[in-house]
Write a protein that binds this ligand. Sequence first.
Ligand SMILES: Cc1ncc(COP(=O)(O)O)c(C=O)c1O
Length: 413
Amino acid sequence: MFSKSFRYYKGELYCDSLPVRDIVRAVGTPVYIYSLRQALANLQRLQNAFTDLGAHIHYSAKANGNLSVLRALIEAGAGIDCVSGGEIFRALQAGAQPSQVVLAGVGKTPDELRLAVEQGVGWVNVENVAECAVLDQAAGALGRVQRVALRLNPDVSASTHRYIATGHGGAKFGLAENALRQLLDRQADYPSLRFEGIHIHIGSQLGDTTATAQAAKAALTIARAYPDIRMIDIGGGFPVAYEPGRVLPEPEDFARILTPLLQSFEVILEPGRSIIADAGVLVSTVLYRKEQGGRSFVILDTGMTELLRPALYEAHHEIVPVIVPPDDAPREAVEIVGPVCETTDALAHGRLLSPVAPGDYVAFLTAGAYGAVMASNYNARPRPPEIVVAPDGHTWRVARPRETWDDLIRGET
Ligand SMILES: Cc1ncc(COP(=O)(O)O)c(C=O)c1O
């Protein structure tokens, strides 16, 4: 079993009650398949873990912004954490209440800030002194008062890959404590803003709870000195097990340290991958084998254009055959590579894999987060379809069709 929803049954990979092979035969590869049942269960688990805090979960749309995914999570009570005007548009299209939307991001444009105020988003998380002036002006021009959470850069080192750490002093994210305090002291200079929250997000895929506790304490110290601060937004970052057997803190571990600290505050969480990563797979077909330079290559019809994380972060994804090989088939160490004209288009090096041959299907596990959203048309590759399996586990539908060659040139002259 890879997650509750993706597991082998009778010799093949299933998504809930459906054989993955049946979906793949109908729509081709590469293809993303999401289990809404798993995503909803993940949301429920986080809601349960943080129930004593009454924490409100704003799913981070950047992890997977497919409308069907957003809709299911919104219907189950999630708000949405957005980082662009485009994500606000998606969230609203999916049915989010504007008051349940948070706009965050290190470089929001004046247009995006105006859109947020116009639409009435619940919170804007500000991370720059100059951004306050732009937002204040936008809100003033619209005759509105915007609630703001100031993003603290707590200068802590998160236990994670350096490319996804955001809370250290040298990072581009957040406001240093003194800059943040100065803003709070100068609230009167921003008549159209109400500084009522502190936001922290120290990184993704957090390997322990220590830095989160430090960051929360730093936020609390400030919040206690400014009675108008009534909300603390802890951000996302809850890790998922990309590799079997890897011991990682669970949502309940984070809840255990945060619950006593944040009792008297409204609490927002912005989880992304912990909700959708293990609810999705990317399925690919083996195109060719090649022995070369002492290495054995498996060449797939998917690569960095559909799953960028290995090339971008040296990330690990488990890769499993869709049809279980015979028990006695010895595994071999292979280079698993994509078709894109880049040496970094390698999905795994020296990976032990059951023998696969051209035509076989393989599935990349835990690919529901930061998979489709990071897909590109590089090498003029149409992006794959996204399939959702309904919470009933029995029915599936195309939530986003495969792009066509016409899509690739739409609007070009
Ligand atoms: C501000 C903010 N919130 C939430 C998230 C979601 O993180 P994760 O998917 O690791 O939960 C991110 C990820 O980059 C982020 O930057």
